[in-house]
Design a protein around this ligand. Sequence first.
Ligand code: BG6
Length: 461
Amino acid sequence: MKKVFPKDFLWGAAASAPQTEGASTIDGKAPTIWDHWFETEPERFWGEIGPAETSRFYEMYPEEIDNMKKINMNSYRTSISWARLLPDGKTVNPKAKDFYNRVIDKQLAEGIEPLMNLFHFDMPMLMQEKGGWESREVVEAYQFYAETCFELFGDRVKKWFTFNEPIVVVECGYLYQFHYPCVVDMKRAVQVAFNTALASAKAIKSYHEAKLDGQIGIILNLTPSYPRSEDKEDVAAANLVDLLFNRSFLDPAVKGTYPQELIDFIQAKDLMPTYGESDLTCIAENTIDILGVNYYQPRRIQKRETPVDPNEAIMPEHFYENYEWPERVMNPHRGWEIYPKGIYDIAVNIKENYGNIPWYISENGMGVEGEEKFLKDGMIQDDYRIEFVGDHLSYLHQAIEEGANCFGYHMWTFADCWSWLNTYKNRYGYYQVDLADKAARHVKKSGLWMSQVMKENTLET
Ligand code: BG6
């Protein structure tokens, strides 16, 4: 069966500056939290591979963009590095400006629309020292950085994003110690969440005021939260997870307001952030034009059954437990659930509850550990990824047929890339990157398969 996607559908892949550029200490770039953390605790990073050892986009971007074209991508999302563009937080680094100009111009010359994100977990160390996202000064500095990007590149970039997965900064940096500064404190986490939502609204305000004839949004990792049963307490637990991890950003971004149930919960637990009335007005008045949705896996939730130690500091999971759905299908190469229908459920939710705002799949993909073992005849034979992407695209197509306002699908990622503490453990790319020779690129079977889908704008099932 032929499943034809809408005209002008965006096909491509996503990545980010800190995960691909490399060149992390040259041409005037200042350190980020990742450079700093690797320098101080390299043993935390898989294989002790640091942020300098990425897939070398800084020097290889022309070949990379040619490779994108070879597989018929018509769009690519990456991010700008704040620490590269404004090393002292105030002055434009001419080499960075020149680099991003060349990347954008090359993409446009090849017919690959640049979608640009402003923040992908890569807080400049200078800003972290000022308090990171807990600090109002950093919120203001970020707005200045955003304005600088719009001024320099906004004539050619027509789709902007303020943040990628801001909830991950909150979770990993302030609750679960997967990102620097490794704080474990729910009240501080709530402050970080509020300040990033505010920073996003401020950047949107600046963008709209600049009247640049483009659109701006945010990229959220939405994880549908399914209760174990119809039982009231299971449903309430799943609802709370949805509030904390999805709606905490989705509602202010699209509707300009926080869900009352979330406010009630935060207030009852004495976790309210510091804010002013004008902050709420700013969030209310500066909502997004477009939404990016990263979808990997859902959450299966039940009520909390294990008693909580009363001496333990409050954490989100004190109010729910993860549940192992007996019918779940697991990715055997990484341990995440594979649930393609989740993409359809997200589409329905956006249509029914968020005014059917224009959105796209900004990330979807299958991480595979030890993928070299699938190398045969010089190519990674990743049939599992073809099945994964095909199943997700089928559900996405169905949702579009039923009226979902979805304008594209990007896979994570174009070429295997460095990923935070996991570095190169899980591979995701259309192209394989060889650790021994990071300049070499070999297209995977999925890349070839996808090049047909992208060329024909059609999925054959
Ligand atoms: C996405 C992030 O959620 O997951 C990426 O936006 C990240 O930055 C990707 O690299 C894969 O993560 P992991 O942990 O499987 O390497």
